[in-house]
Design a protein around this ligand. Structure first.
Ligand code: SF4
Length: 155
């Protein structure tokens, strides 16, 4: 059965910065993503990790400023300082299963991400790829959080 968004969905980032700033969170990164980000900043993966990566459970996340903003969020432009090399979790936003569950959840997404529903039409095959890619990024997060919860339960 075709999903409700079979004809594609529109998205065009307005650079409001809402998804990269505000409440603390986690931006999961794997070895390949760390390598790509390090190369962009002309750092070794080790140097990059010691400056910009923190361990969360069994996983690794980018660090944040004290106010919860992503370490690569530029408050002056409201944009990402490493946009071309951003991790999969960011690359796939807002095409996450939780947002696409049905039309209402997609409309709700527009309330937190004004670029959703605006801009260029993203075709179904691209949306499907984003969903699969985000599943991988999300799996990292779930496994990492599971490790944290296990530690808490056993202590
Ligand atoms: S919330 Fe949406 S529109 Fe705003 S910066 Fe993030 S992706 Fe772009």
């Amino acid at each position: 059965m075709e999903p409700w968004y079979a004809n594609g969905l529109r998205f065009g980032c307005t650079q409001c910065g809402a998804c990269c700033s505000g409440d603390p969170g986690a931006v999961w990164v794997n070895d390949a993503e760390i390598e790509a980000l390090a190369a962009r900043l002309e750092l070794t993966s080790q140097a990059f990790s010691s400056r910009y990566v923190r361990q969360l459970g069994d996983g690794r996340s980018l660090t944040e400023f004290d106010n919860g903003d992503c370490v690569f969020f530029d408050p002056a432009t409201r944009g990402c300082r490493v946009y071309e090399s951003r991790p999969m979790q960011c690359r796939t936003w807002p095409f996450w299963r939780s947002n696409l569950r049905h039309e209402k959840t997609w409309q709700d997404t527009a309330a937190v991400c004004p670029g959703s529903g605006q801009g260029a039409l993203v075709p179904l095959d691209r949306i499907r790829q984003h969903l699969v890619d985000h599943d991988d990024a999300k799996r990292q997060g779930i496994e990492a959080m599971r490790a944290i919860l296990n530690v808490e339960h056993s202590s």
